[in-house]
Design a protein around this ligand. Structure first.
Ligand SMILES: Nc1ncnc2c1ncn2[C@@H]1O[C@H](COP(=O)(O)OP(=O)(O)OP(=O)(O)O)[C@@H](O)[C@H]1O
Ligand SMILES: [Mg+2]
Length: 385
């Protein structure tokens, strides 16, 4: 055996979830050859045990086919993510962390961001779920390429749909295509609870939740049902969008949700033919707002046709065009979000006790206000105003 033969054999082993092999990634180190006995180290970035196992199995097989009689593959992986240290009410206890993706207004790219961040987190080796909590406008199934897939039902529980290495559920997957929903606030609250309680989510490191635009019943119900580890705000650079985003950030503060950052989407335009970047809606305009809320712009995602076609065709850029500028920036944002979540857990996690309804079970907070009706925008309480 020679080092060349070993490397050539190992270059047939793909890094799980990617189209590149472990040699090209530069993960293979310390190759030792003694006759036909080979030992080496694979230094990977994922902490998932199944990734290490798959690499060991495939590398051993590849080397044995190349003539090795003894193979010692040492996979060096980072530590498993720490358990969540959050407290309070959690109706989906098998989920360790919850990331709420929010925006003040519609159409700024929340769903696009949720989908790509979820896939980018999974590419880091995390077990990820994606909940489309936009009950009225569920777009995630199309963006994930599973618009025609109906979930499996198990008793009165529903199995999430699997795509691109993550688990997904959406009202769109439960309804017939093109149907619309006319629901009252209380029904939205019930639906959010059922999405958390009655979907058979696996043991997840992180559930990414794509919220409807604005700050309403869905957001409050989510915060009361599970301890939301972190919030992500998506905005576009125009001032009108920023005004609305401020409301979204303020909501995180009121609900005691730590802010993982702001994604400035549609930030500049990259021409597909020349690669030249143009400033359309402005760029970097969100920075003062980030400072105001003691957070950061964790990514500026340009307008890139591949992002839109990726969404429409159900092939998110993070997966289908990982070398595109947008995909790279989504990946960096995901890494930053995960670092924030780990830091939040290291510092004791979050607690949603203070946002629980104050009325006894079965009594609506709306009916206990006496003659002084609570103002509609009071923020706390029952959320049914
Ligand atoms: N960076 C981008 N470049 C190109 N197209 C984009 C980009 N971001 C989003 N889009 C496109 O803009 C449209 C709106 O995005 P998306 O549906 O993600 O927004 P949203 O905030 O979830 O909207 P809603 O409030 O309706 O749920 C989609 O067609 C999407 O593909
Ligand atoms: Mg959306």
């Amino acid at each position: 055996m020679t080092e060349e033969i070993v490397k050539s054999a190992l270059s047939k082993v793909m890094y799980p979830g990617f189209t590149k092999d472990i040699v090209t990634f530069g993960f293979v180190k310390d190759i030792n050859i003694d006759g036909t006995a080979v030992s080496f180290t694979v230094d990977i970035t994922s902490s998932a045990p199944e990734v290490a196992q798959q690499i060991t199995d495939e590398a051993t097989e590849a080397l044995k086919s190349a003539g090795a009689t003894a193979v010692n593959c040492h996979v060096q992986a980072p530590q498993m993510p720490k358990e969540s240290s959050s407290h309070g009410k959690n109706i989906a206890p098998q989920v360790k962390n919850f990331l709420m993706v929010s925006s003040g207004k519609g159409g700024v790219g929340k769903s696009t961001t949720s989908v790509n961040i979820a896939i980018a987190l999974a590419a880091q080796g995390l077990k990820v779920g994606l909940l489309d909590a936009d009950i009225y406008g569920p777009n995630v199934p199309r963006m994930m390429g599973v618009a025609d897939v109906k979930p499996e039902v198990n008793g009165n529980k529903v199995l999430p749909i699997k795509a691109y290495g993550i688990e997904m559920m959406s009202m769109g997957s439960l309804m017939e295509e093109g149907q619309s929903l006319i629901w009252r606030g209380a029904m939205i609250m019930k639906a959010i609870e059922q999405f958390l309680r009655d979907i058979l989510w696996s043991e997840l490191d992180c559930l990414v939740i794509d919220m409807p635009p604005g700050t309403g019943d869905a957001q409050l119900t989510l915060a009361q049902s599970v301890p939301v580890t972190a919030g992500l705000t998506v905005t576009t650079p125009q001032s009108v969008s920023l005004d609305d985003s401020r409301r979204s950030l303020d909501m995180f503060k009121k609900l005691n949700i730590p802010i993982a950052g702001i994604i400035e989407n549609m930030s500049g335009f990259i021409a597909p033919d020349t690669g030249v970047e143009y400033d359309i809606f402005g760029k970097g305009t969100s920075t003062p707002m980030a400072k105001e809320f003691d957070t950061e712009i964790i990514a500026e995602i340009p307008i890139e046709p591949a992002v839109r076609t990726g969404g429409d065709e159900g092939k998110p850029v993070t997966f289908s065009a990982p070398t595109s500028e947008s995909a790279k920036r989504f990946a960096a944002a995901a890494a930053s979000i995960w670092a924030t979540i780990e830091e939040i857990n290291a510092n004791g996690g979050v607690d949603n006790q203070s946002v629980q309804p104050t009325t006894p079970p079965g009594v609506s907070a709306c009916s206990t206000g006496g003659s002084q009706a609570a103002p509609a925008s009071s923020g706390g309480g029952c959320g049914c105003s």
